[in-house]
Ligand binder design. Structure first.
Ligand code: PNS
Length: 190
């Protein structure tokens, strides 16, 4: 029987429990599953590509038929390069469908031999997205039940660095204002 390789392309910034759920499901139906992190220079990511790859590599350790890779350019070209015949994508809610359908049909137009397989993550992850996780983490909310513990830890480290940076900026701005007050000539009372 022919071996079926699928790619699971995405940004994974950061990987969430929903991504992991899909990886687990995908690993059961494909002979090989490649989690493909997009190297997108246009976006301003929270985690660098190498940080995301490092996290994903630990998260997929238990799956013997799953590996992590990065790609740029078209998904269809990357799929051809790794000889994948399927693209795995998750659909959480009907709101995902329109965008995912458009992408799947466009990929089919570009590469008719490439099939997109949609899988639904567990219901409890249907509202979960990397964008919301980033926002919640940035605003100090609880993220522990949304992402694997490793990712939660990395998010906390990122936020600590960001807060320290913000504190340093505040101190610098206050010092600048104090110097300005001291050096500015005072108006004489008439
Ligand atoms: O996790 P995301 O951000 O929803 O993933 C989107 C991704 C990476 C699957 C999509 O942006 C993509 O395929 N980008 C590669 C460029 C490409 O092939 N564009 C045409 C898609 S029809």
């Amino acid at each position: 029987m022919t071996k079926v390789t699928a790619i699971y392309p995405g940004s994974f910034d950061p990987p969430t429990n929903g991504h992991l759920d899909l990886i687990q499901r995908g690993s059961k139906i494909f002979d090989e599953l490649i989690v493909a992190v997009l190297r997108n220079l246009e976006k301003d990511p929270l985690f660098s590509v190498s940080e995301r790859v490092a996290m994903l590599e630990i998260l997929i350790e238990d799956y013997r038929n799953v590996r992590v890779d990065t790609f740029d350019g078209l998904t269809v070209d990357y799929a051809a390069k790794v000889e994948a015949t399927c693209v795995l994508r998750g659909i959480r809610a009907i709101s995902d469908y329109e965008y995912e359908l458009q992408m799947a049909l466009m990929n089919r137009k570009l590469q008719p031999g490439l099939e997109t397989v949609f899988m639904m993550p567990a219901e409890k992850y249907s509202y979960l997205s990397s964008r919301l996780v980033r926002e919640i983490a940035q605003l100090g909310g609880a993220i522990d039940c949304l992402v694997p513990s490793l990712v939660a830890q990395k998010l906390r480290e990122k936020m600590d660095i960001a807060h320290k940076f913000a504190d340093a900026e505040t101190i610098r701005a206050e010092a600048e204002r104090a110097i300005e007050r001291k050096t500015k000539p005072r108006k004489r009372k008439s």
